[in-house]
Design a protein around this ligand. Structure first.
Ligand SMILES: [Zn+2]
Length: 169
């Protein structure tokens, strides 16, 4: 079991998977080639910086070892500065990945799912800031980054990003 980051790409109303079915592996965008080793064998992938394991390890010294991501989100919403900082940093890293996605696909909307989405603007605002910083300005202006779940709104997606979702591999 691994905590993964992936994007479901909805292009012209259809899910795009690519010939090998791996399209949207946004979690393996390299952010730091000297960074931690990823489960894919590369180093410093986006996923290594936003996975639950990483978020919790950053807080284990100050907040104890029995934290969970939902608990971190709850503490952050109550004003805990350490939890806010860690979520904001994760948001910034996700935003770098979203900026890449934005430049490549010019999506209208990116929907953040998973545990981190529960943090709302505590994560979404740093994502938006990174997109504004790293994406082509015209593409960044057209993009909205919103929390949500799959469902009735899927047809309006240009791209859909799920972060922190657990999936088996
Ligand atoms: Zn990787």
């Amino acid at each position: 079991m691994a905590s993964g980051v992936g994007a479901g790409l909805v292009i012209s109303g259809q899910i795009y998977r690519g010939p090998g079915g791996t399209a949207g592996e946004i979690g393996h965008i390299t952010l730091d080639e000297s960074g931690p080793v990823c489960r894919c064998g590369n180093r410093g992938c986006l996923e290594t910086f936003v996975a639950a394991r990483h978020i919790l390890s950053l807080l284990s010294g100050s907040h104890g070892a029995d934290l969970t991501v939902p608990k971190v989100v709850q503490l952050a919403q109550r004003g805990d500065l350490g939890c806010r900082r860690v979520l904001a940093d994760a948001g910034r890293q996700i935003g770098t990945g979203v900026a890449n996605l934005c430049n490549l696909l010019n999506p209208r909307r990116v929907i953040l799912g998973g545990d981190l989405a529960e943090a709302g603007d505590l994560v979404l605002d740093p994502i938006r800031e990174s997109v504004a910083r790293y994406a082509i300005p015209s593409a960044a202006r057209q993009l909205s980054v919103v929390p949500g779940t799959l469902g009735g709104r899927a047809e309006v997606l240009g791209a859909l990003l799920g972060a922190g979702d657990v999936r088996d591999e």
